[in-house]
Ligand binder design. Structure first.
Ligand code: ATP
Length: 253
């Protein structure tokens, strides 16, 4: 459902995303796991059609995002890592605005809007201006807006950041149920536990390249082959990051 072929993004001489190949089938919840600056957001923005690739292709349901952006974007919901919403709209006005972008209006949209607002404990805030929302409430409103037109694919950047534990739990359950119904979700995170907890498959990305990918079980097997006994050690080894015990040695030196 999401196909990346040799997807590359360069900023001047710096390569942020380096010839990524990836195939995420329908019904899968796929996780991009990587440290700060790995290239996750850049990749997701290219998939969402916000950023133009330097080379390579993105296809959503077989449709090329660069050459046929309107048709590709109609299949897609994108949840950015930083919620930007027009402050002078109420929650309901913002959701109606987003639904309108996908040519959706009327009773069915109003009903879905109310269901999503209730799911995220925002019903009481429906007619309040977004300027009075907290960061987490804005994040929940953005998430609700991505589900409103029931896209085939949802691309979501660091969805759990800023959410309280209850909202994070609801979102994980929503993601699972959505993919169980045959939709596809690609999410990024730097939190290993979140990726392990919710994703069917994971790719560990670093320096703009996929260093390993597979189910948690497959990654554990690869870790064991390298003498690592848990995914955290494997992740740190692949991404060149230091384990806490090494940092303690640095501090003690
Ligand atoms: P984080 O987890 O910190 O959000 P990320 O994996 O999402 O990181 P990106 O935001 O994709 O990483 O950035 C990948 C690399 O590309 C980084 O080294 C970043 O500095 C660089 N980069 C991103 N945007 C630009 C830009 N507009 N101009 C130059 N370099 C950029």
């Amino acid at each position: 459902m999401i196909q990346l072929q040799a997807l590359t993004k360069r900023y001047g001489s710096f390569t942020a995303v380096d010839a990524l190949d990836l195939d995420v089938p329908a019904g899968e919840l796929f996780g991009f796991l990587g440290p700060n600056g790995a290239g996750k957001t850049t990749t997701l923005r290219m998939i969402a059609g916000i950023l133009r690739p330097s080379s390579g292709t993105v296809r959503i349901g077989g449709i090329d995002v660069t050459t046929n952006p309107t048709a590709a974007k109609a299949k897609l919901g994108y949840i950015p890592d930083r919620p930007f919403i027009y402050e002078k709209l109420s929650g309901a006005e913002f959701l109606r605005f987003v639904a309108g972008l996908y040519s959706q209006e009327g009773a069915a949209v109003e009903r879905r809007m109310d269901e999503l607002l209730a799911l995220f404990d925002l019903s009481e805030w429906k007619h309040e201006l977004v300027e009075s929302y907290s960061h987490g409430m804005r994040q929940k409103l953005i998430i609700a807006s991505a589900f409103l037109h029931r896209p085939e694919v949802i691309v979501v950047d660091e969805p759990m950041v800023g959410l309280d534990p209850k909202a994070a739990r609801i979102l994980k359950d929503l993601f699972r149920e959505y993919t169980r119904r045959g939709h596809t979700i690609l999410m990024s995170t730097h939190t290993l536990e979140i990726a392990e907890d919710v994703c069917d498959r994971i790719a560990i990305i670093q320096g703009g390249r996929i260093r390993a990918s597979g189910t948690v079980g497959e990654l554990m097997a690869s870790a064991a082959a390298l003498g690592q006994h848990d995914l955290e050690s494997y992740f740190l080894q692949l991404t060149g990051e230091r384990a806490a015990r090494e940092l303690v040695e640095v501090l003690d030196a």
